[in-house]
Ligand binder design. Structure first.
Ligand SMILES: Cc1cc2nc3c(=O)[nH]c(=O)nc-3n(C[C@H](O)[C@H](O)[C@H](O)COP(=O)(O)OP(=O)(O)OC[C@H]3O[C@@H](n4cnc5c(N)ncnc54)[C@H](O)[C@@H]3O)c2cc1C
Length: 385
């Protein structure tokens, strides 16, 4: 399928593919096995200017936006979804600064993110607040011109590894969701430590960890946007980042499809390759069709984000849900095409199937996002298009 990429988009995609094939593919099984954070690859991505892709030019980025970010994520995820997530989560952690930071905050944080010398992470979830993000308990209490942070964030991607954290906390616990505000916090701030490091089913090259705040004092100027706007910051951040989760899924499924096609051509049963069996051919055909439909939807959603449109909640949610459900199915079918060896760690598809699952869960579960899509649909006076 031709997506009419610009020369710059093609270049970014080619660079990401080169890093994926030369640096990620050879070590992905080892990173998964050892649950190791891919610092060496992060450094290569930084040297190749990949972290500049989604940062505006005035802050040392390439200003290529959400679509080029998705192309990059897709190429990285084709080799390893866990490594690709580190890149995508850096963009997620940067978005509150990009969307709501003052020029001073942007000057302070974005050039280091663009250079890839500092990774960013986003902290919303707590043990009491997952789908119901309004249930957060972490507090930010104003004392003089400082905020004092107390609470624990759970399941934070790149927790402990990132240097820059954008976090949502209650500045007025009596007002519920309307009493939440967004902050940017540096690793190393006294009172900010890291708790439990999770051991996961998949994406094991990605770090997932608790952020623990105990009487952590930060300057008042670390607030992003205005007081009480924490959930607006959250919603806009997630709306902008969800096409990126769709891209993680598309890349993952692409890798699984390619592996399944290659194996089906080579594995012989009944005196011929299993690719000659129509039942297998139809599985491959369905995988390819559903993958391409998801890719088109993810690209369209990303281009909508870049268009300057005010509201793309529905587009982002549709792309995320459709692509991640597709990737779960395609990776499961890839294991099926491989037969018994597909279940073994000697081949890459069992890892892909394990990696796929999380994409249906984070950044809004696919059930919650179906609620969101339905809500958008039902509140309209007339159907669009
Ligand atoms: C590996 C990993 C990385 C993560 N990274 C981050 C991160 O970087 N930053 C961050 O802030 N968070 C992160 N998260 C948290 C993630 O976003 C949440 O786990 C997710 O939003 C779901 O919340 P929960 O786990 O509490 O599930 P729950 O909300 O407890 O949901 C349990 C079940 O109930 C369903 N459900 C709940 N409410 C509804 C509803 N209203 N309608 C329909 N179904 C519903 C859910 O779909 C799910 O099936 C991460 C999680 C994981 C596992």
């Amino acid at each position: 399928m031709e997506y009419f990429l610009t020369e710059q988009q093609k270049l970014v995609k080619d660079i990401a593919r080169k890093i994926a094939e030369e640096r990620i593919l050879p070590v992905r099984a080892e990173l998964d096995e050892k649950e190791e954070f891919p610092w060496a690859i992060v450094k290569d991505m930084a040297a190749a200017d990949l972290f500049r892709v989604f940062i505006p030019e005035q802050y040392d980025g390439l200003g290529e936006g959400c679509f080029a970010l998705c192309l990059t994520v897709e190429e990285l995820s084709r080799a390893c979804c866990g490594v690709a997530l580190t890149y995508a989560a850096d963009a997620l952690g940067s978005l509150p600064i990009l969307l709501y930071g003052s020029d001073k905050q942007k000057q302070e944080y974005l050039p280091a993110i663009a250079a890839g010398t500092k990774l960013a992470a986003f902290g919303l979830t707590e043990s009491t607040a997952g789908s119901d993000a309004g249930g957060i308990r972490m507090t930010a209490t104003l004392e003089g011109d400082e905020y004092v942070l107390n609470g624990t964030k759970q399941f934070i991607t790149s927790g402990g590894e990132a240097e820059i954290y954008t976090v949502i906390a209650l500045t007025d616990p009596t007002r519920g969701a309307r009493g939440a505000s967004a902050f940017v916090i540096d690793k190393g701030t006294p009172g900010f430590t890291f708790g439990k490091k999770e051991k996961k089913l998949g994406i094991r090259a990605s770090a997932t960890r608790e952020l623990v705040f105990h009487n952590c004092r930060i300057p008042g100027e670390n607030m992003l946007g205005r007081e009480g706007a924490g959930f607006i910051v959250t919603m806009k951040t997630l709306d902008s980042s969800r096409p990126g989760v769709g891209a993680l899924a598309v890349g993952l499924a692409q890798g699984a499809l390619e592996a399944a096609v290659a194996y089906a051509k080579q594995r012989e049963q009944f005196g011929h390759p299993v690719s000659a069996i129509q039942a297998v051919q139809h599985m491959l055909a369905n995988m390819a069709m559903e993958l391409e439909a998801a890719r088109a939807l993810v690209y369209a959603a990303a281009r909508t984000v870049d268009s300057g449109a005010k509201d793309f909640t529905e587009e982002g949610a549709m792309a995320k849900v459709f692509a991640t459900d597709m990737a779960m199915k395609v990776t499961t079918d890839a294991v099926q095409v491989f037969g018994g060896v597909g279940y073994m760690r000697d081949y890459p598809v069992e890892k892909m199937m394990r990696d796929a699952k999380i994409n249906q869960i984070y950044e809004g579960t696919n059930q919650v996002l179906r609620n969101v899509i339905a809500l958008e649909l039902l509140k309209r006076k007339a159907l669009r298009r």
